[in-house]
Design a protein around this ligand. Sequence first.
Ligand code: TPP
Ligand code: MG
Length: 433
Amino acid sequence: MASSISLAKFAHPLVPLNSSARSADRPLFSDPFFSSASSLLAASSSAKLPKLAASRSTRLRAVSNVVKETNLNSAPSPSNLLITKQEGLVLFEDMVLGRAFEDMCAQMYYRGKMFGFVHLYNGQEAVSTGFIKLLKKEDCVVSTYRDHVHALSKGVPARQVMSELFGKTTGCCRGQGGSMHMFSKEHNVLGGFAFIGEGIPVATGAAFSSKYRREVYKDESCDQVTLAFFGDGTCNNGQFYECLNMAALWKLPIIFVVENNLWAIGMSHLRATSDPEIWKKGPAFGMPGVHVDGMDVLKVREVAEEAIGRARRGEGPTLVECETYRFRGHSLADPDELRDPSEKSHYATRDPITALKKYLLENNLATEAELKGIEKRIEEEVEEAVEFADKSPVPARSQLLENVFADPRGFGIGPDGRYRCEDSKFTEGTAQV
Ligand SMILES: Cc1ncc(C[n+]2csc(CCOP(=O)(O)OP(=O)(O)O)c2C)c(N)n1
Ligand SMILES: [Mg+2]
């Protein structure tokens, strides 16, 4: 493969991942969008690099044109900007919501309001926002255990997500899923998954179903796209490769979005994988592989727009590697002592929300007062979500064995129709079953 990135550079925490030096090193990123599967592979030869690099600027202009056309209601922005004011504010609000929601989760967790593991998304907001805010309601999102913010970006109300975390009946899964299993049929959020890689085949199945309905049932209106989000560590899991194969083979409308935050719990990505450049796995399967700075929502959005467009037009899947960073430990139970403090402080200076704020202000797309107004509104929304969750009822005991597919008589329910867990002999281990 043509790539001149050295591992040392990739690993160095003080080299900004979006520096121009780095981009110049990686002329292949994003450009496979313009190639068929076969020319993608051919493009790996260094002779093709100048041409591919040139096509990137063409794509940038095309994106800004599309954005302008689809936002007739907003004030026109200068031609060199990729977003309108209205879009910028939507992105900002969504990222602020994600951050404020997660900060509140940490408080509530330590106050004992939530149970089990809780994995926060702080620092990675540009990925969720950059992709999901471009989706239609019918499009699907599949997440991992780090799923609150994906659900929020897809439109699941904050109060429903918070109630789910509190284990209450008003939660999006009626309190039965908890932090790692956000699901909403209404919003086409097809789940958070505690087992790594488990969501990828579910997403592939959803994409297959869209294509099947369109091509076999001739439902022309069915142009849904599915986004599968997962981490760098998960890319060492077999399900990832099986799904890349099927998605490429059947040209499924799916985007595999890798949130490469450089760590899988306490395992460095560089120590765990034979080739740390995950994007390269796309061309290996005959689909575009794209690398993007996942701390820059505008760059993520630009790549997402292209990938979603391809999928919707029936041109098949894309693998997007977003280089990002989580600002907190792996979960709220993780003391986060393994990562180097200089690495953490380096990424803290690249906070995606601060960067977007700066962009909006410098380009006169928003005023300080407007952004403060959004922050205040979100703060109130999150406070309200906590009050709502706190006041909501806990599920009735009768809900315990709902959605359990095995026959609950026997293990769960005794011959008298009562829950066996209510029988003290059963909990003592002395019951005769
Ligand atoms: C099949 C399976 N094996 C192991 C685990 C334990 N586990 C939980 S999170 C995790 C690391 C995942 O890292 P990554 O994919 O990079 O996601 P991140 O947490 O960084 O978002 C592992 C190995 C699991 N949940 N599922
Ligand atoms: Mg990771």
